[in-house]
Ligand binder design. Structure first.
Ligand code: UTP
Length: 309
């Protein structure tokens, strides 16, 4: 993941004529796994080295060519909007000090925009958060990126998924192989290979199955490219696991449906992913990305060697 200061110029991935141009990023969850840190601060604003997790995610969407980014926010999420807005007082102070590098860093996040915002009145689940974007998205395919799931920018995923969506006309999920004992923390996919293709057919999906009930060790991670038919499926999805409206349940219905917008496909991702949504994943993300920083990576690694021994 590269440092932001030198990145005012965007290199948009060539996504081979994909028609997808909108991104929905749900950030309205309660962040309970990080309490009390997230009592008054969104978990998507936790710093990964020196930029909040959400900044990496918005950056990824824009780099993949998604020019219209919608954040689904909620109560106590003001900091997110402030982060992507101008900060005139701070900018003026940095200008007066002549600190160009920090000024660039501060202006960088507001130059990513303009972003759009819709509020999810109550955090009723990821599926419900996506449904809140219906009016903004309209009747076109769109990407969903979870604001706490980071994909290393050296490993391409989203552009590939967008191409698969355009080719198949269905919905596309990103899958990783996990240790079987970890599957109960994820949505899980049962798949079959499609001859001659590097993506797979998803036959069924189940949210957080027990290890005994899991049909595979393929876990759904936080990148989706969805057909707008998912909105109707979500409208008629009853609250599932933990009383929340699950995106996985709506996708399960599309996987087994027929007609326009049906069919779910999977892209199996073998690159670097950092799950900053839980404490251990967050710490690993910070250490991995910090150890790659030119300015202190070597010092950090030398210190870690000593610390571990
Ligand atoms: P998470 O499960 O990681 O977020 O959802 P959470 O609900 O805040 O998690 P806990 O409380 O720590 O377990 C993935 C993403 O979906 C968003 C979250 O903000 C997070 O970025 N989300 C989740 C919503 O926008 N709305 C919801 O109702 C639930």
């Amino acid at each position: 993941m590269s440092h932001f200061i030198c990145k005012f110029i965007w290199v948009v991935h060539d996504s081979m004529g994909s028609t997808v141009r909108k991104a929905v990023i749900p950030v309205a969850g309660l962040g309970t796994r990080f309490l009390p840190a997230t009592k008054a601060m969104p978990k998507e604003m936790l710093p990964v080295v020196d930029a909040p997790a959400i900044q990496y995610v918005v950056e990824e969407a824009i780099k993949a060519g998604l020019s219209d980014v919608l954040l689904i926010t909620g109560r106590s999420k003001r900091a997110l909007e402030d982060h992507f807005d101008r900060a005139p007082d701070l900018e003026h102070a940095l200008e007066k000090k002549g600190d160009r590098a920090l000024l660039d860093a501060v202006q960088y996040s507001s130059a990513l925009g303009p972003l759009h915002y819709v509020r999810q009145g109550e955090p009723k689940g990821l599926g419900h958060a996506v449904l809140c974007g219906r009016q903004h998205v309209g009747d076109e395919p769109f990407a969903v990126l979870l604001g706490v799931d980071l994909i290393d920018d050296r490993d391409e995923l989203l552009a590939t998924m967008m191409e698969v969506q355009t080719r198949t006309g269905g919905s596309v999920v990103a899958l990783i192989e996990v240790d079987p004992f970890q599957i109960s923390a994820y949505g899980c996919a049962e798949i079959s290979a499609i001859e001659g293709e590097d993506y797979v057919q998803v036959n069924s999906l189940v949210e957080k199955p027990s290890i005994e009930d899991a049909p595979s060790n393929l876990a759904v991670i936080g990148r989706y490219v969805l057909h707008p038919a998912v909105f109707d499926a979500l409208e008629s999805t009853a609250p599932g696991r933990s009383g929340e409206i699950q995106l996985t349940d709506a996708l399960q219905r599309l996987a087994t449906a027929e007609g326009k917008g049906s069919g779910v496909f999977g892209v199996i991702f073998r690159g670097r992913r950092y799950d900053t949504g839980d404490k251990l994943g967050y710490l690993k993300a910070v250490i991995t990305l910090a150890s790659e920083r030119a300015e202190f990576g070597d010092d950090l690694k030398a210190w870690m060697k000593k610390f571990v021994s």
